[in-house]
Write a protein that binds this ligand. Structure first.
Ligand code: DHB
Length: 348
């Protein structure tokens, strides 16, 4: 199930969906010791947050969906940087990709977290990717950036300019401290400290919107990947017996995940795969609960595939099952690598 994601050689294409099993170090430990190919942290802010009041997550007995309105509870960015540093040996031994999800409540919070990361270059040696979350639906009074068609481009311009400036400064500092006159050093520094940059997108539902977003994303060559989709925002689940909503924040409105969102997730993965081509890789997320779902995500064009609701419901043991099921499908179809079928969805 070997998977390459740019320079990363991963044992398989699976990653947890951010928010699932990745807030506290004990949860991250569980991910580290299971068979998953990569790990992403809970989307974080500069400082620790408690998040919304409980109950804030619900799954009906039929497990067709999940709804959550967590409100960005997290331990603060430094906690996750420290986790990756402290566990560097075991993470490297198991070849895990190490992703950090950033979800500042303002652009300044995101810039501030980028400063925190880059001010200690050692952080970058323990990190493979930074993912900017443009799609948290659960903050009272805040709209999702990914739906702000007017301001998204200028927002990303500020973020990418910041990243490129921090990288340039780092490179200059590093080269100053290395033996002079060796041209290959730049390359060495580049590979050691360069992290992949991604964006987590909300689901889109209109063909014109896919195009608008793809056009904006194409203006940023430093963007390595997109992760689509985040939960379908602001659904409402009702319990007929109690005649009540099932979660407390926002009068019961919350992000939908699980099996029912898979067709929307596949559509987003595939349409962005068509529009962005080889330039931007895709992490597919949404409703993956078995090997067939994983197969379909890769067929639609995903390089990595996230597991969210199923991991909430079954725990990390679902990873081995999903991988085994994909292996069976591949064997039956005569595929030996994921590249044999990635993006090769056929039309009628
Ligand atoms: C939360 C939910 C999201 O879908 C997300 O992308 C980030 C945070 C949350 O409610 O904590």
């Amino acid at each position: 199930m070997d998977t390459t994601f740019y320079h990363l050689n991963l044992i398989n294409p699976l990653i947890n969906a951010s928010g699932v099993k990745c807030m506290q170090s004990s949860q991250l430990d569980e991910l580290t010791s299971c068979n998953i190919g990569s790990i992403v942290t809970k989307t974080c802010t500069p400082l620790q947050r408690q998040g919304n009041s409980e109950p804030r997550y619900y799954e009906p007995k039929n497990h067709l969906l999940t709804i959550n309105s967590m409100g960005l509870p997290n331990e603060g960015v430094q906690y996750y940087l420290d986790y990756y540093k402290k566990n560097s040996a075991s993470l490297q031994l198991s070849c895990k990709g190490r992703f950090l999800s950033l979800g500042g409540l303002s652009i300044n919070e995101n810039l501030n977290m980028l400063d925190i990361i880059y001010q200690n270059p050692e952080n970058l040696t323990h990190l493979d990717a930074i993912e900017v979350n443009l799609s948290c639906p659960n903050i009272v009074g805040k709209s999702q950036l990914g739906y702000d068609f007017q301001n998204l481009e200028s927002y990303l311009r500020i973020i990418f300019t910041k990243i490129e400036t921090l990288e340039e400064t780092l490179l200059v500092d590093m080269i100053k401290n290395l033996e002079p006159g060796k041209p290959e050093l730049k390359e060495k520094v580049d590979t050691k400290y360069k992290v992949l940059i991604g964006c987590k997108l909300p689901p889109y539902f209109d063909m014109c919107h896919f195009q608008v977003i793809a056009d904006i994303l194409s203006k940023f060559p430093r963007l390595d990947y997109i992760n689509c989709i985040n939960s379908i925002g602001n659904g409402l689940v009702i319990d007929s017996n109690t005649e009540k909503v099932v979660i407390k924040p926002k009068n019961g409105f919350g992000g939908l995940g699980g099996k029912v969102i898979k067709p929307t997730a596949l559509a987003n993965v595939h349409q962005f795969y068509r529009l962005l081509g080889d330039k931007v890789k895709i992490i597919g997320c949404g409703g993956v609960s078995n090997g067939d779902d994983l197969f379909q995500m890769i067929l639609a064009g995903a390089t990595l595939v996230a597991v969210g609701s199923q991991m909430m419901i079954k725990g990390v043991k679902c990873i081995d099952k999903i991988l085994r099921e994909l292996e069976d499908i591949m064997k039956k179809k005569g595929y030996s690598t994921l590249d044999d079928f990635r993006g090769k969805l056929q039309y009628l």
